[in-house]
Write a protein that binds this ligand. Structure first.
Ligand SMILES: *Cc1c(COP(=O)(O)O)cnc(C)c1O
Length: 525
């Protein structure tokens, strides 16, 4: 969206449908309007005063690689650049600003202790190409974290290098593929994926060359175990099951399913992104899982945007361990050693290869290990219990206001799910989400999972107090009541945000990612 600086005024209403007086600047008190950096900075100027080039300066050493034309960067002085990005950052919502109810994302508070540890120079400044004898401490962190992940999940080994949940899924599926090929059963091409699985699951299986078949969900929001078992056979490579699933429910039949899949010669991939709900309570290894990714950036803090990139280590059963990717950290005597292609030897001959160039996200490893050690076994268990308690508090507080399709069947796990069933004619989940923005909250996850019509998925996490939950519940209840009463002003919400409703279809189909006046073609020459 580009802004016409001269004539642009935000659309504002006072919430009662009447337009509020626009300000001359377009600013709304401390919420400052901000144009694109190219619109603020003139590409013909620079923010720095250079004196003319000294004629006696040495000749160019660029050997013909000198830039041929201006690259069109906006010329801003440092304070202008700093203000630009600070203003933009103030238009953002963050976990450090308020409750972030985004279901399936585990947007929990990011303890500052983690940050302090991750910034220790011995961790923050290491380089992946340093000789291993100079990074023994960093390798010990990876090794210890690996130990705790294997212990918490009851599995045999872990690949630390995948860099996100979806990347971990790919890692797990590639290990399954390698295991099948090693058995001479590469013809098993079907991966079964329940409707209640996360969307990345079928995408991963398809990306790795498998054909995906859907398994229906039951009326209570869980995988249809009988349908899944009936579909097993010699063409099935395995299943991908999200547990707890994306309806916020525990797949109680997972052990039965795993046994049946193994009997039929397949493998069980468990999407462990929702591990927060069961950490310290359930060990996926006991349920027959063969591979599972853990989103360190969900369960072990540092949620998206919370201070670091993601990290998706994958734990493996004994059956899949020989096929896990390199590298590994191994303790040999008193030394921590990186097992790479050169020194892998016979022991890792079955490895399917590598996921990444180096060893994973060091900053995330340090944060996750800090989180695990500072909580201890009892603390981690309490994380899961409190996350489930908070979600059930939200579910029971709102089930009289919003339709809660699975509430009658019993408690939820870490997230509460609602539908659009009892909103007024013409009102949708989107209207409720937009109304929540005016109330100062990031909306919950909407229209996901697909098994619930107009789904609203709320994951409060364990780090919210009862007071914070009450405030959120009050806001959502108020907006929901307006949507049930057919309050027309909700159809144009948000009214107090820097932007109102965007054309989301246009933004997704035809995103404008490049400043149109930038002489990029020239710059690339
Ligand atoms: C978040 C999530 C993923 C994907 O994880 P990324 O780190 O975003 O790639 C996969 N499955 C489930 C259930 C998730 O919640």
């Amino acid at each position: 969206m580009s802004i016409n600086q001269s004539g642009w005024r935000p659309q504002m209403t006072a919430g009662d449908g009447k337009p509020a007086a626009p300000t001359a600047t377009g600013n709304k008190a401390l919420m400052l309007e901000e144009a694109l950096i190219f619109e603020i900075g003139d590409t013909q100027t620079t923010g720095v005063d250079f004196t003319g080039i000294d004629a006696a300066a040495p000749a160019s050493r660029l050997g013909g690689l000198a830039r041929k034309a201006a690259i069109g960067l906006p010329g801003l002085a440092e304070p202008e650049a700093v203000r630009h990005y600070t203003r933009l950052s103030r238009q953002n919502y963050a976990i450090d600003l308020g409750l972030f109810p985004l279901g399936s994302c585990t947007m929990k508070h990011n303890p500052r202790l983690n940050e302090k540890m991750a910034r220790l120079p011995g961790f923050a400044d290491v380089h992946p190409l340093q000789p291993v004898d100079t990074v023994q401490g960093a390798l010990e962190v990876i090794h210890q974290l690996a130990h705790w992940l294997v212990t918490l999940t009851g599995m045999t080994s872990v690949a630390m290098s995948p860099k996100a949940g979806a990347h971990g899924e790919l890692c797990g599926i590639l290990a399954i593929k390698a295991a099948l090929e090693a058995r001479g059963e590469g013809h098993r091409k079907i991966v079964l994926v329940p409707e209640s699985a996360h969307g990345t699951n079928p995408a991963t299986a398809a990306f790795a060359g498998f054909a995906v078949e859907d398994i229906p969900a039951t009326a209570d929001g869980r995988v249809d175990t009988a349908a899944l078992i009936a579909r097993l056979g010699p063409d099935v490579a395995g299943v991908m099951i999200t547990n707890p699933n994306t309806c916020g429910l525990f797949e109680r039949d997972l052990k039965t399913i795993s046994d049946a899949v193994h009997d039929a010669g397949g493998y069980v991939y468990c999407d462990g992104a929702n591990f927060n709900a069961i950490v310290g309570r359930v060990r996926p290894g006991d349920l027959g899982v063969d591979a599972m990714h853990i989103n360190l950036h969900k369960t072990f803090s540092t949620p998206h945007g919370g201070g670091g990139p993601g990290s998706g280590p994958v734990v493996f059963s004994e059956a899949l361990t020989p096929f896990a990717p390199l590298p590994f950290v191994e303790k040999q005597g008193e030394q921590f050693v990186l097992i790479e292609e050169e020194n892998a030897g016979e022991h890792h001959a079955g490895s399917f290869g590598r996921m990444v160039a180096f060893h994973g996200q060091m900053g995330m490893f340090t944060r996750a290990l800090t989180y695990i050690l500072s909580h201890g076994a009892d603390g981690l268990r309490q994380v899961a219990e409190d996350a489930v308690l908070n979600a059930n508090y939200v579910l029971r507080s709102l089930e009289g206001t919003l339709d809660a399709p699975f509430a009658k069947a019993g408690p939820c796990m870490h997230e509460a799910i609602f539908s659009d069933a009892n909103l007024a004619e013409g009102f949708s989940t989107l209207d409720v989400a937009k109304g929540l923005i005016d109330e100062g909250f990031h909306p919950m996850t909407v229209y996901f999972p697909l098994v619930v019509h107009g789904a609203m998925l709320v994951e409060p996490t364990e780090t919210e107090s009862k007071a914070a939950l009450d405030q959120f519940v009050g806001a959502l209840r108020s907006v929901a009541e307006r949507a049930k009463a057919g309050d027309a002003s909700l159809k144009t919400a948000p009214h107090f945000a820097p932007r109102a409703r965007l054309d989301e279809t246009q933004a997704a189909r035809k995103p404008v990612l490049v400043w149109k006046d930038a002489p990029l073609a020239q710059a690339a020459e």
